[in-house]
Design a protein around this ligand. Structure first.
Ligand code: PLP
Length: 367
């Protein structure tokens, strides 16, 4: 039996070893650790890549979300709309500002159901966080229309979708801010935690730059508020610059793997594949999450046959008692939670491994 890992970070290191090693030795020999040139250059390169004026490096995707909300003065008494199906950090960022998250169900593409947003808007609604899950963007033209109508702040949770776009406009370039995560297994993965905010608004960028550094203006030494310690490390930024250079080719590779999965699996009636026919929308396949009618039986079969898969969403986050959230009933989220299964999807997977994954999936269905 073959073993196909979900991700293989040591292989990625071998792919970019020369450039990563050079970045490491350069930073270490200079002793450039905090708020140094790689951070600033990475921010410029990331802003250019996403098509925004500014990028501000922070410690995680969570921090990007949290600071984005704070930059717009969101706090106690405010309501913020978030999808019922997302990584918990989207919601925790809202709660930790003191605001109240208001959950909305998703559609079959795993992103917020735009037709259900207006019904939860109240006079207290201040912001909406559309999440672009797995490399596929939420319906941003529709989100922006609703935001304009109700005067809402839009914080894009683009943690899983760097490089994706709608009609050529990048994830993170639509809302007041875009939030990215460089957690190691993200599409642009660092070697530890990392994140960034993108924005076209100078004041928001300045707020984030200060708040990530305990509220301090680094030039004047003035504290502009009680901040946080959540700066992206210069060493991480140096690594991320290497990976960002290779991102366009990595996205091409992900798309070609998705195409292979599609061609080999689309005839299976009990399997819903993440391919959506929407002109102008671009899928970059951070994840290849299928829905199998057989739920755990399917994912357990894959694991038993050596294919490491991810089923992290089995229990929706709002059902975790410790989070004290209101479950208003989200039928699509509940249905997909029972069925989701992310297949190995990464740049380091080999053709032999892809074939093996396909064979195991087909054999589950006796095909
Ligand atoms: C959709 C989504 N939002 C937020 C986050 C938080 O990012 P981080 O883990 O860098 O805090 C993640 C990633 O983990 C994510 O996938």
């Amino acid at each position: 039996m073959m073993k196909v890992p979900f991700v293989a970070p040591s292989r990625v290191y071998q792919m970019y070893k020369e450039e990563l090693d050079a970045a490491y030795f350069e930073v270490m020999s200079r002793g450039d650790l905090i708020d140094r040139s790689h951070l600033r250059t990475f921010e410029e390169e990331l802003a250019a890549f996403t098509g925004t004026r500014f990028a501000v490096g922070v410690n995680s995707g969570y921090d990007a979300l949290h600071l984005s909300l704070r930059a717009h003065g969101i706090g106690p008494g405010d309501e913020v709309i978030v999808p019922a199906h997302t990584f918990v950090a989207t919601c925790s960022a809202v709660v930790n500002t003191g605001a109240t998250p208001v959950l909305v169900d998703v559609t079959k593409d795993f992103n917020i159901d735009i037709t259900k947003v207006e019904e939860v808007i109240t006079p207290k609604t201040r912001a909406i966080i559309p999440v672009h899950l797995s490399g596929w963007m939420a319906d941003m033209p529709a989100v922006m229309e609703i935001a304009a109508k109700y005067n809402l702040v839009v914080v894009e949770d683009a943690c899983q979708s760097l490089g994706s776009s709608i009609n050529g406009k990048g994830a993170g370039a639509w809302g007041n801010t875009g939030c990215f995560s460089f957690y190691p297994f993200k599409i642009l993965g660092g070697y530890g935690d990392g994140g960034a905010i993108t924005t076209n608004d100078e004041e928001t960028a300045q707020f984030a730059r200060r708040m990530r550094f305990n509220g301090e203006d680094r030039q004047s030494g003035e504290y502009h508020g009680h901040g946080f310690t959540c700066l992206l490390d210069n060493l991480q930024a140096a690594f991320l610059r290497v990976k960002l250079r290779h991102l366009p080719e990595a996205i091409i590779r992900r798309k070609s793997i998705a195409k292979q999965y599609f061609e080999a699996l689309h005839d299976l009636p009990d399997l819903l594949l993440p391919h959506y026919n929407r002109p102008g929308f671009d899928h970059v396949y951070q994840n290849y999450t299928v829905r199998a009618r057989q739920g755990n039986d399917f994912s357990e079969f894959l694991k038993k046959n050596g294919v490491e898969v991810l089923t992290q969403f089995r229990k929706p986050y709002y059902k975790h008692e410790g989070l004290q959230l209101i479950d208003r009933g989200f039928p699509e989220t509940e249905a997909l939670s029972r069925e989701v299964c992310s297949l190995p999807m990464n740049v380091e997977i080999t053709p032999v491994e892809i074939d093996y994954v396909i064979r195991v999936v087909r054999s589950f269905y006796h095909r």
